[in-house]
Design a protein around this ligand. Sequence first.
Ligand code: BGC
Length: 353
Amino acid sequence: MSRFSKLFTAVAAAATLACATVAPAHAADSTDANSNSISVFYYSLNDLFINQLSAALQDRALANGIKLRQYDADDDLMRQVTQIQSALVINKDGAPIIVNPVDTQNGIAALRAARQSDVPIIFFNRMPSEEALASYEDAWYVGSNPANSGYYQAEIVQSYFEAHPEADRNKDGVISYVMLKGEPSHQDSRIRSNTFVRTMLENGIKIKPIASISANWSQTRAQNEISALADRDQLKQVELIVCNNDAMALGAINALQAEGYNIPNTPAGDHSKYIPVVGIDALPQALDAVERGTMIGTVLNDYTAVADVMMRITEAYLNGEQITDDLIGYQSRNHIVDVPYVKVTNENISEVR
Ligand code: BGC
């Protein structure tokens, strides 16, 4: 039981919920110790998905009168460590902190610091080990099971090739693909890629990798990688581009379009200048791409739900309430909350908009 929960009083509850402003990102240097605020630490707000999640968190906090202090580590591990340490020093009443670690391994340092300060810690997006989470009773992880997103990508691809056999352009019965991967150390990157491949093989679909490239979740890097393939005249062999996230899918599509491929609303059935692209996240720009037909599908990585669950847990600590699956709204196991992914294609896009 955290210090905050133990010391909870009606006075604290009233004070905590009274404030409705949102502090700007890069707030790390501020010395304004405000006991009504919740601190949130992002690995990088340049990441399109994290940026979207941050906006959802701000909306959710504003709606419920919680002040957010947001810290952007800009992908710098040391900066995040310093940000967390400074924030814990000014966190006088032990309000929970929300952390998206720069490095999955590093989550443990944040966890230790929070435990030492008797402050609950809620992780998202990069999961510390289950052992690390279990070592502190006020540690949580809110996220989704990455295997399911790789599985859904395989389903999207399988249905697409069944409906469009002409997408196998050289008609050899094998799908030649490029995989654009996220950061090698990230659980989502490894598990999504492996599950996609395993599912295709288990379903008896023949696939052949042309290239498997880490573009580090980045739209620009993905664009450069696909342009480089085009420069080497390899695009002709590619029949599918599978991306660990939407940012990379959007980068790939930019590169393809520069080569005259995947032009919006090209006639269905003509695959001479069309390479199916699939992503994960359901960013608004990716949903637009699915609607325009430049991308065959994506998987909702439900940032609005993740933000909502993290705020529910935060509020429960602030109010001294017990945290149950009913309160969270999703199933949890050992303080790991599973927010389901949703497969998205043109058929159900209106449901996720
Ligand atoms: C998201 C990516 C994001 C990454 C950052 C993943 O879960 O799908 O879009 O870049 O997390 O850690």
